[in-house]
Design a protein around this ligand. Structure first.
Ligand code: ADP
Ligand code: MG
Length: 213
């Protein structure tokens, strides 16, 4: 059965992400203390917590309006680079959702690819700069190739999640070219990028959420 995700489902996934964020508060904060200024967990927690406060309203919206609302909340409530980058990413994704009732595999690709393009443009970032892009880009690429192969939902979602996780892991050995980590003399080599780790959480949790339904 092909998957179909609506705004209410999407909010359920965001709640699962928020729960995982709670469990990893110290871990994510330590990663950002080693590579940046230590506020990445706080920024994400504030923003996604604010989304959940608006859950009742957002879950009844059509997908395009829901994504626009999410964008506006993240843009206004999240500090740091992540607020602007996620706010922009959700706005770009909303543009792919005109008259879309459900997110299926093609829409999922449309959303994630729009997010990737927007983050790279706004952040002036390419793959390999040790940022959130390094988790998102391989996931988008994997998703596209599984769609082209006509893979099953299970295979497509599992390999997309795995690509995001591996992408985040691979940031460990990268010298930072973008973000605060690039100001460090050692370019944070030897540390995972916190933004890539939280991006991988989102992709993994979304894929797992869809798989379980
Ligand atoms: P700040 O860096 O302003 O303190 P956060 O701590 O919330 O913001 O987010 C840091 C994360 O944002 C980094 O780990 C990285 O993944 C991501 N990031 C920072 N700058 C960029 C950029 N120019 N392009 C893409 N991602 C970026
Ligand atoms: Mg920070």
């Amino acid at each position: 059965m092909a998957f179909k995700i609506n705004s209410s489902d999407y909010m359920e996934y965001l709640r699962e992400f928020y729960d995982v964020l709670q469990e990893n508060k110290d871990y994510i904060t330590e990663l950002d203390l080693a590579t940046g200024d230590g506020d990445h967990w706080l920024n994400m927690n504030t923003g996604f917590g604010e989304l959940l406060k608006n859950e009742d309203q957002i879950k009844d919206m059509n997908l395009q309006d829901a994504f626009k609302r999410i964008s506006m909340i993240l843009m206004s409530k999240v500090g740091g680079s992540s607020g602007v980058l996620y706010g922009g990413a959700y706005m770009a994704a909303s543009k792919t959702l005109e008259d879309v009732e459900y997110i299926g595999r093609n829409e999922l690709y449309g959303i994630l690819n729009a997010m990737l393009m927007d983050i790279m443009k706004r952040g002036k970032t390419k793959v390999g700069s040790k940022t959130m892009v390094d988790a998102l880009a391989p996931a988008v690429e994997e998703l596209k190739s599984k769609i082209d192969e006509g893979a099953s939902d299970e295979e497509l979602l599992e390999s997309t999640a795995a690509a995001a996780r591996k992408g985040a892991d691979d940031t460990k050995d990268m010298p930072a070219i973008r973000g605060r980590a690039s100001y460090q003399t050692d370019k944070a080599v030897g540390h995972l990028d916190p933004g890539a780790v939280t991006m991988a959480y989102q992709i993994e949790i979304l894929c797992n959420y869809i798989l379980r339904r």
